[in-house]
Ligand binder design. Structure first.
Ligand code: HEM
Ligand code: HEM
Length: 179
């Protein structure tokens, strides 16, 4: 079924952000289990740099989506599928902001520097406070786990459309003719 595709800039942002998020999640879970040392430090810096990049790209994506617009839900979707996918997409957008901002706030309260790709440091957005840092980083972990759940649901849905239904839903988010 031939339907409208996502505009190319949104397709590019979708895949760049997907790769960054899928990379930073396992780093997030692994880094705190390591012994303190240069490897742990490097992973923390990498995790924060990727996370801050996701936050910046989320802002760009929202602006681009406003300017270029996104296609309406695919016509082959049943009512409940449409409602589910739109809700999941909206929640993902919320988490693109909430998760990194909580990481930034929690790291500020902890008192650690946020050195972005070794180039510049982000200013703290919270006063230094141990309990506050534990609460904020706890919330960061909780919402990051929510993000993992939604990504699994999203990818399962995408695979179902690609392999079982073969209805052209996934093609809308691929680079191709007319995209
Ligand atoms: C989309 C962006 C991000 C994702 C998906 C993400 C994901 C995660 C995950 C899955 C964990 C492990 C949680 C756990 O062990 O329960 C984690 C931990 C952590 N993240 Fe992020 N994160 C992101 C952005 C950031 C940013 C921007 C910062 C700071 C500037 C940050 C700082 C931290 C810190 C300090 C921890 C360790 C928390 C602890 O040991 O208690 N994260 N993150
Ligand atoms: C790895 C496999 C993935 C596939 C095959 C995939 C596929 C797709 C497809 C086909 C759409 C368009 C759905 C439609 O036409 O209604 C879409 C939208 C979307 N995807 Fe993914 N995706 C993947 C991973 C991810 C990841 C890891 C994230 C973020 C964590 C993500 C976030 C989103 C968001 C937010 C939208 C809504 C876009 C908008 O309306 O602006 N995707 N994805």
């Amino acid at each position: 079924m031939e339907t409208e595709r996502y505009p190319r800039p949104l397709v590019l942002l979708h895949w760049v952000m997907a790769v960054l998020i899928l990379a930073t999640i396992p780093i997030g879970y692994r880094m705190s289990d390591l012994d303190p040392g240069p490897v742990q430090d490097a992973l923390y810096h990498l995790h924060r740099s990727i996370g801050v990049t996701v936050l910046a790209l989320a802002l760009v994506r929202l602006v681009v989506r406003r300017l270029w617009g996104a296609p309406p839900p695919h016509p082959a979707l049943a009512g409940w599928q449409r409602a589910l996918s739109v809700s999941v997409h909206r929640l993902l957008y919320v988490l693109f902001f909430l998760v990194p901002i909580l990481g930034w706030a929690g790291t500020s309260a902890f008192g650690a520097p946020i050195l972005v790709w070794g180039f510049f440091e982000l200013p703290p957005i919270m006063p230094r406070h141990e309990t506050l840092s534990e609460i904020l980083l706890g919330a960061h972990g909780l919402f990051a786990s929510t993000l993992v759940g939604l990504v699994l649901l999203h990818v399962a849905g995408a695979l179902y459309h690609a392999l079982v239904r073969r209805d052209g839903v996934v093609e809308r988010m691929l680079f191709g003719r007319g995209g």
